[in-house]
Design a protein around this ligand. Sequence first.
Ligand SMILES: Nc1ncnc2c1ncn2[C@@H]1O[C@H](COP(=O)(O)OP(=O)(O)OP(=O)(O)O)[C@@H](O)[C@H]1O
Length: 225
Amino acid sequence: MIELDNVAYSYGNDSLFSDVTLHLAPGSFHFLTGPSGSGKSTLLKLCYMELMPTDGIMSVFGKDVTTMARDDVARTRRRIGVVHQECQFLDHMPLAENLALPLTVSGRDEGAHVDNLDELMGWVGLSRRAEALPPQLSGGERQRAALARAVIMDPEVLIADEPTGNVDWEMSLRLLQLMVELNRMGKTIVIATHDLNLIRAAKSQVSVRVLRIAGGKLRLAGAEL
Ligand SMILES: Nc1ncnc2c1ncn2[C@@H]1O[C@H](COP(=O)(O)OP(=O)(O)OP(=O)(O)O)[C@@H](O)[C@H]1O
């Protein structure tokens, strides 16, 4: 689905990583770990095509990203759901409307739209918060809302950057459970996290591959897990 072969990325003249090879097979569950500043978010941004590699070969859904036309990039991105490290919402707009935005923007059918939204809000346990404004939500509610928004377009791949960064352990497990459910439905999952306990909890439920980025290289994680 997403394949990087000997990919490098530099911000200006500062090389962040090189020779990164990563193949995300359909239905796989990957964790990306590594020290702060090692390039986890940057690598995820490559995967969802917010950034383009500075060297190497990368394809998404079988298409070479470097030769993709701009509208093709936009279309391809819709097949990937993203939970960003800092989840942003429109503060003046009730939660349900915030979550429906991707559907509204894409012009999806109105009836399907409402059913899908209700079901999704129930799935993340936020049905009773539909009319709440984002500033009224707790950290855990925001993270669940961000997850719901990321999957509302029914993407094939979910990429989550520290989705449990600001919540307690109980909520981390709840969020993990939702992502495990998505994986069991066949979605490809990639999560960047510092939390080795979260990775251990996932390993007890699904088959996961753990990668570690450090010193500019990506490797399979070692025995610490
Ligand atoms: N837009 C940018 N311009 C220049 N340097 C950047 C930019 N974005 C990130 N960096 C630098 O690239 C390095 C990697 O950042 P990145 O956010 O990918 O790391 P990370 O592993 O996700 O970190 P953390 O775990 O703290 O979120 C850092 O040194 C960061 O300062």
